[in-house]
Write a protein that binds this ligand. Structure first.
Ligand code: FRU
Length: 461
C-alpha cells in the first residue's frame, strides 16, 4: 500500500476514536509527563509517528483547557540524542519556580550480541527543563546508567517525581538481577543533584519479574503506590492479562523513605486493554489518572485491526481517583458531561428501544439482580451468581471473556467510543476497559433483567 493511500485510510477509518487520545498515525503507548501548567493541561505519550507496530519512541503531545477537547501539538521530544537513541521512554513532569521539569528514561541499545536484559542496554535518567511545556530549554542526563546500584538488571526506568517536606523524590521501576520487581528512590533538594536512597518497596517471587511505571502520592493521609508488574501469573479471576497494573495502599516512614503496605496489590482494571497508568494532581486538587488503553506481549490471536489502517492504540479516558471504603474508586470526570447530547431515559422494561454507536449509558438498579446487557454488535455484559462477565464475539479480535466477582451491582456507567468500551461499576468500584472493533453504525442496546431501574442514554459528540 502506498503511504498516500494509507494516510487516506487513516482519516476515513470508522474505528478512529471520537473522544479519546489516539495517534494521528503510527503507534502510541504510555501516558507521560501529565501536568496542569498556567491553566493548560498537557499530556505527553509514548509515540512512534510512522510505524503502527512501534519502535524507538518519541513524546507525542496534546493540550487542553478543559480535559475534554484536546489539541494536537508538535512532537515534544524525539530519540535524537546519544543518551536516548533507542527511545525517549516514559517519565513525568513537575513544576518548580515557574518552569516544568520533566524526567524520562533515555533508552540505548548497544550494537552487538546482547540479551538487552542483563547486558547491552543503558537506561539513563534525563532531565528536561521547559518554560512552557512546548519548548525545551535544556535536556541532559542526571543519573547515567552506570551509576545505578549493584544487584540490578539493565531495566531501571520510568522516573516519577513528587515533593514531600521540601524534598524532591524520584521513584524508578526496576528488575533485579534475580528477576524480582523493585522500586528505587532517589532524592534531591534542587532537581539537579540526585542521591540514591535505597528502595521504596521490593517485590517477591509472586509479584512478577519487573515493575514498570511506578507512581506514588498521598491521598487523605494514606500513601498510594502504583506500578505495572510484568510476569504475575494468572490466579482464577485475577491477573488474566499478560501484564497487569494496580496499586497498594500503605504508610510511608519518611525517615527511612520506606513504604509499608496496609493492603494487598489490587488491579485497577478488569478488562483487556489497560496498562502503565500515570497520575497527576490538577489545580482543583484532584488526582487524575490516564492509562494506556493497550497492552504488550499479548497472545497472537489478540490483535488490533487498525494496524492495517496505519495506527494502533489509544489512551483511556482520564479518571479521577478517590479513596473510599478502603480502596481507590475511579470516576469519569464531571467535565465529560459536556459531550452529552439527546438524552433518553427509560425504565428497564422499555430499554429495548435504544441503540447507538458513540454514547454514554447509565444504569441505575433499584435492587442488585442478574442482568444481560448486549451492545456493540456482539459484546455482552452478563451478571449472574455474583460474577460479572464481559464477553466479545468476532469484534473482540481475540478478546474473549473476563470474569470478575462482584457482590452486588447497583450502578453501571459505560463510555462507548467507535472502538473502545469503558465500563464503570458501582460508581467506580470496578472498571473494565477494552478495545472492540465492530462494523461501523448504530447497534441495538438490549437489556434483560428482572430488576427495576432506569437506563439513561446520551449520544456523545
Ligand atoms: C511500559 C513501558 C515503559 C517504558 C515504555 C517504552 O509500557 O515498557 O516501562 O518506559 O513502555 O515505550
Amino acid at each position: 500500500m502506498t503511504l498516500e493511500k494509507k494516510q487516506m485510510d487513516v482519516q476515513n477509518d470508522p474505528w478512529r476514536l471520537k473522544f479519546h487520545i489516539m495517534p494521528e498515525t503510527g503507534w502510541l503507548n504510555d501516558p507521560n509527563g501529565a501536568i496542569q501548567f498556567n491553566g493548560v493541561y498537557h499530556i505527553y505519550y509514548q509515540y512512534v509517528p510512522k510505524d503502527p507496530l512501534g519502535g524507538a519512541t518519541h513524546w507525542g503531545h496534546m493540550t487542553s483547557k478543559d480535559m475534554v477537547y484536546f489539541k494536537q501539538e508538535p512532537i515534544f521530544m524525539s530519540p535524537d540524542q546519544e543518551f536516548d537513541v533507542n527511545g525517549v521512554y516514559s517519565g513525568s513532569g513537575i513544576e518548580k519556580d515557574g518552569k516544568i521539569h520533566f524526567f524520562y528514561t533515555g533508552n540505548v541499545k548497544q550494537p552487538g550480541d546482547f540479551d538487552y536484559i542483563y547486558n547491552g542496554r543503558e537506561q539513563n535518567v534525563v532531565h528536561v527543563v521547559s518554560q512552557d511545556g512546548y519548548e525545551i530549554e535544556r535536556r541532559e542526563v542526571v543519573i547515567p546508567h552506570e551509576e545505578f546500584p549493584e544487584g540490578y538488571s539493565d531495566h531501571i526506568r520510568d522516573p516519577k517525581l513528587f515533593k514531600k517536606n521540601g524534598m524532591y523524590y524520584m521513584v524508578l521501576g526496576a528488575r533485579t538481577e534475580n528477576n524480582l520487581g523493585s522500586i528505587l528512590v532517589y532524592q534531591s533538594k534542587d532537581l539537579e543533584q540526585w542521591t540514591y536512597h535505597g528502595t521504596l518497596y521490593d517485590g517477591n517471587e509472586e509479584q512478577g519479574y519487573m515493575w514498570e511505571c511506578p507512581d506514588f502520592f498521598e491521598i487523605d493521609g494514606q500513601s498510594v503506590l502504583i506500578f505495572s508488574p510484568q510476569g504475575i501469573l494468572p490466579e482464577e479471576y485475577k491477573y488474566n492479562n499478560p501484564h497487569v497494573a494496580g496499586y497498594i495502599l500503605g504508610e510511608t516512614d519518611w525517615s527511612l523513605v520506606k513504604f509499608k503496605p496496609t493492603t494487598e496489590f489490587r488491579e485497577f482494571d478488569r478488562g483487556f486493554d489497560f496498562y502503565a497508568p500515570h497520575t497527576f494532581e490538577d489545580d482543583q486538587g484532584r488526582r487524575l489518572m490516564w492509562s494506556w488503553m493497550g497492552i504488550g506481549d499479548t497472545m497472537p490471536e489478540y490483535t488490533n485491526p487498525t494496524i492495517a489502517r496505519g495506527w494502533q492504540h489509544a489512551l483511556t479516558l482520564p479518571r479521577e481517583l478517590v479513596l473510599e471504603n478502603g480502596q481507590l474508586y475511579q470516576r469519569p470526570l464531571e467535565e465529560y458531561k459536556k459531550l452529552r447530547k439527546n438524552e433518553q431515559t427509560k425504565s428497564f422494561r422499555e430499554a429495548g428501544a435504544l441503540s447507538g454507536e458513540v454514547y454514554e449509558l447509565l444504569l441505575e438498579f433499584e435492587t442488585s439482580a442478574p442482568f444481560e446487557l448486549k451492545l456493540r454488535q456482539d459484546t455482552e455484559l452478563i451478571y449472574a451468581d455474583g460474577i460479572l462477565t464481559l464477553k466479545h464475539g468476532k469484534s473482540g479480535y481475540g478478546r474473549r471473556k473476563r470474569m470478575t466477582p462482584i457482590k452486588e451491582i447497583r450502578q453501571l456507567q459505560l463510555f462507548v467510543d467507535t472502538s473502545s468500551l469503558e465500563i464503570f461499576v458501582n460508581d467506580g468500584e470496578y472498571v473494565l476497559t477494552t478495545r472492540v472493533y465492530p462494523d461501523a453504525g448504530e447497534d441495538a442496546i438490549d437489556l434483560e433483567t428482572k430488576a427495576d431501574g432506569t437506563i439513561t442514554y446520551w449520544a456523545l459528540d
